[in-house]
Write a protein that binds this ligand. Sequence first.
Ligand code: FAD
Length: 693
Amino acid sequence: AQLDTMDILVLVVLLLGTLAYFTKGKYWAVQKDPYATSLANGTVGKAGKSRNILEKMDESGKNCVIFYGSQTGTAEDYASRLAKEGSSRFGLKTMTADLEDYDYDNLDQFPEDKVAFFVLATYGEGEPTDNAVEFYEFISSEDVSFSEKGGIEEKALGGLQYVAFGLGNNTYEHYNSMVRNLTKFMDRLGAKRIGDAGEGDDGAGTMEEDFLAWKEPMWAALSSAMNLEEREAVYEPVYEVTEKPDMSADDDLVYLGEPNKNHLEGHSKGPYNAHNPYIAPIAESKELFNDKTRNCLHMEIDVSGSNLSYTTGDHIAIWPTNAGKEVDRFLNILGLTDKRHMVIAVKGLDATAKVPFPSPTTYDTVVRYHLEICAGLSRQFVSSLAQFAPNETIKAEITKIGSDKDYFHEHAASKNYNIAQFLEAMGNGEKWTKIPFTLFIESLNKIQPRYYSISSSSLVQDKKISITAVVESLEAVGAPHVVKGVTTNYLLALKQKQHGDPHPDPHGLDYAIGGPRNKYDGIHVPVHVRHSNFKLPSDPSRPVIMVGPGTGVAPFRGFVQERAQQAKNGENVGKTILFFGCRNSRDDFLYADEWKQYAEDMGDKFELVTAFSREGPNKVYVQHRLKEKAEEVNKLLEQKGYFYVCGDAANMAREVNEVLAQIISEQRGIPKEKAESIVKQMRTSNLYQEDVW
Ligand code: FAD
């Protein structure tokens, strides 16, 4: 293909960007975002590299910055939505900002006629998300000091007006602690909050509605504080998609799912992390359930060809691709099927808009590899689609669904539609050709890697990572489609390919198993490792009690494997009790045979306690078994034993916490409150650790 001026420019910038990357900021500041090397995303420019938010806002003419602290992408998504809405409804000049990309010691000079938003997820035990750690440490410090006005004493942030929203989960003890603490710290620094600090609750499943309910009064308060005038919301794209009919999808410059430039050029190398996966061979895969109606996969992922390392208790992230059937549906309902392999260049329309994937690329690639097209619907997104409906009748219906919470629930949410299924159902045979593709890039989440608790021990197999994953398949009454989990069905397809299964999926899912340009062929999957604090005691003689029903057993297989190895090595290994629960001993008793081997290796130091909920007359769960073993459990805790819980965050983990407090109270003859505070204390001193999801 002939290169036009634009292409040459792209090449030059790619080259400069790569240089920046490889010189690791020696000659200029390097951005963490690997896509920042592409001109298409527009961040390479005069406003591109600064860690100075004030400068950046000035250069790009912004008066509203929306910082986010995001782990799984939801907070980032809410930040983008606020940015869009602020701009389209109120004419604010908005930008979103990853907290990790900026310094904060100049917030004391934040202009009074501008506003900063903080959209903060609370992670784990009340912790900041990875990208917010530095900000949180800075702002929470007793002797925080800003560049001009000092710190707490001087009310250094007196000129800053801010808006806050938190994303949390009420099943955790430190519910929404990030946003609650932020407002506390901002208060003492004299900053002025606009509206109430919002709190979304993932535990109650009301995150979206909490957000929608919070933002209206917030916008009203902000309008009056900044004298904003509301106008009819018009769609203003943040990105521009340019079709390149003269380029071919086979062109070496075109990204067909390669996550970054190194992968595109075929010489991917570490460090492997959340921006750069390792394409790992799957060494082995097998089915763990005997029950023919459900699947649970055991996989061994070979990382020997990489510099990836893990320690027992870490997580591995799997990067999924969407099922072909859903990719086809999505492209079809938008009328893009014929153009699916058209090369497109995507760029941000201003310097602060990051394109969430590398470009140039194709429609098919964006939908297959980069957008979370299978997730449930957001009411706000649905309402933004009304203006692009195929006709007035559909427009009226979409407007109603978008504006009425109950109607939305009845006609959209309860049907478990993904976006394309929803458009199909609403379109009555009509295609939705008027929706700009950019709207999807802006409104759908970027596809997220899913985490799995590593189910092997690094002492036993340091270059082979095991996972234990139950395949998600959700059939709901009144829902026309079965919801098939994105990643786990992809893994299932990989397993089936590995075993040459001729009839892969009854629901007709199919996957681009070979990956971009067939680079994943031979059964590979993109991964990276995330280190966790979920760890065995360093002294193996300390007792451990593990509670892990279902796939919650995953990390404990690793723990037990490790202690069995230590016992074989002649080390003094303490008592190791595992509470495992499932439906019955026949169908879903994970690793039933392996436990026998570990018991042989460890002798009476290992004890497996099972709870089969559907085997006897009454439902028995791990909590019940824990209670039955109260005396021993308490004794081991008194010997400074470690207590671990893994699996379902919503119910099991909370109940286990309660049962443990009961056990301590009864066994030690102390009041319940005292026992509860002992459990809390155990958590603080890492004697009680959770790995829940
Ligand atoms: P997704 O596509 O993400 O769907 C998940 C669920 O979302 C569905 O089942 C459904 O309930 C809902 N959903 C999705 N789409 C819709 C829709 N259109 N409408 C309504 N509802 C919808 N899992 C394991 O099996 N083993 C582990 O060891 C393990 N360890 C983990 C460790 C950590 C730290 C974390 C955070 C999670 C862990 N998980 C583990 C969970 C895992 O990360 C995935 O969430 C899980 O496998 C589902 O992924 P998926 O892509 O297949 O499903």
